[in-house]
Ligand binder design. Structure first.
Ligand code: HEC
Length: 387
């Protein structure tokens, strides 16, 4: 888009050209700036097209094409998280509900820079939705699944959505001197539909004599690929190799290289409810000490937020099952009630706590308290977005 086409209606630019960048910043930090020239407010109120609202109220900072106005004209230092709305990798993970909150309440509401003004007074909810619809057209690559499909992560069921995050999960046996199984999971989104995953387990076990053994378990490296994504559903496949890095003399790890494969499916339901499924198999290269297994997991849940910028609670209920490919084996089936909650304003740090209860083959399979701490580092540093 030629820059000249968009210049006439840029209220913000006119405004700060009039007062200069220094004053712009002062005004921004002391009051919620209105749609730039207050005199133009009625004009802004009358706009209905998302594109017109964007050019009038947003382009001064975000640039006529959404890539950001030039540094020379905006008069503030762009924060590291300053969006380029044409960059699909940056914008598609963001939910409409979060953008709505940012536009209505300003950057501060979600722990972002307060330079992003609040448009609570200037724009009606319908206008905010219209401008978001316009922002969504700026990413032209349709292969990126929408962020709404990034459902809350259950404790055991793997998500279908490819993302960048770090998760520490721990399962602690609910008994005396409990065993602890923990895992550091690192996920890195490589492209629109591909994601790398590395999982490093760490266990603290008690051997037959009651001695405590601890160590790194079998490290897994996987590649996830989205095979299908619609407005409300997403399906992915993942292949992985699990290396025999565990200390088998201490009873940790299988001692054999294993190939794993699974499919994950997520489906949005009405009223912020969702279901997620995972079906997969682990195939050890030798079955002397490890068995081939088939596993499936299912989670159903719902997200509840008091308001768009408040804490989000996601109660979930999971079924977890695995079965060895051995004659006469019966499936282990566990139920895992749990809830996830966001810890900070930006909602990119979350915890989930649940209780895993075996319902079959209960001998030697204690109930476990399972929890994780998740850091969606795509959205910022661990200590960002708390205030
Ligand atoms: C005074 C400058 C300014 C104006 C005017 C402005 N923004 Fe922003 N906006 C920002 C800044 C700065 C950020 C980045 C905040 C951060 O990342 O800390 C931002 C961030 C955003 C985000 C968050 C993007 C993300 O990836 O989470 C959205 C959405 C947004 N703006 C939409 C709009 C819309 C829509 C308008 C017009 C109605 C608008 N902005 C007007 C400065 C502005």
């Amino acid at each position: 888009m030629a820059p000249t086409r968009c210049s006439p209606r840029r209220f913000v630019v006119t405004w700060h050209v009039r007062f200069g960048p220094a004053l712009l910043l002062t005004v921004l930090s002391f009051s919620s700036p209105s749609f730039a020239g207050q005199t133009d407010l009625p004009a802004a109120r009358a706009l209905t097209s998302g594109e017109a609202i964007f050019q009038a109220g947003c382009a001064g900072c975000h640039g006529p094409n959404g890539q950001g106005a030039p540094q020379a004209t905006i008069g503030f230092d762009k924060p590291a998280t300053f969006p380029d709305f044409t960059d699909c990798a940056g914008t598609t993970p963001e939910l409409d509900v979060d953008w709505r909150a940012t536009i209505r309440d300003g950057g501060h509401g979600r722990g972002f820079s307060p330079i992003m003004p609040s448009f609570r007074e200037e724009l009606t909810p319908a206008q905010i939705d219209a401008v978001i619809a316009h922002l969504r057209t700026l990413c032209r690559d349709r292969s990126f699944p929408r962020g709404e499909l990034n459902l809350p992560r259950p404790l055991r069921t793997e998500k279908a959505f490819p993302e960048s995050e770090t998760v520490v999960t721990a399962a602690v046996g609910a008994q005396h001197s409990p065993d602890v199984d923990s895992e550091l999971g690192y996920e890195y989104r490589l492209s629109a539909r591909n994601q790398l995953e590395i999982a490093v387990p760490f266990s603290v076990l008690h051997d037959d004599t009651g001695h405590r053994v601890r160590g790194v378990g079998d490290i897994a490296v996987g590649l996830k690929r989205v095979v299908f994504a619609s407005r409300n559903a997403i399906l992915s496949g993942q292949g992985e190799i699990i290396l025999p890095s565990g200390n088998t003399t201490g009873g940790i790890g299988s001692g054999v290289t294993t190939f794993g494969a699974f499919a994950s499916y997520g489906q949005l339901l009405p009223a912020d409810a969702f279901v997620q499924f995972q079906l997969g198999t682990d195939q050890p290269t030798s079955t002397e000490n490890a068995a081939r297994t088939l596993f499936w997991r299912a989670a159903v849940g719902k997200s509840i937020r008091a308001d768009a910028v408040g804490r989000m609670w996601s109660p979930m209920f999971e079924l977890v099952s695995d079965r060895e490919f051995v004659a006469g084996a019966t499936a282990n089936i566990d139920v895992v009630p749990q809830f996830q909650v966001t810890l900070n304003r930006r909602q990119h740090i979350r915890v989930n706590v649940g209780y895993q209860i075996p319902t079959t083959n209960r001998a030697g399979r204690p109930k476990q308290v399972v929890f994780y701490l998740l850091w969606d580092w795509f959205d910022g540093g661990f200590f960002e977005g708390w205030k």
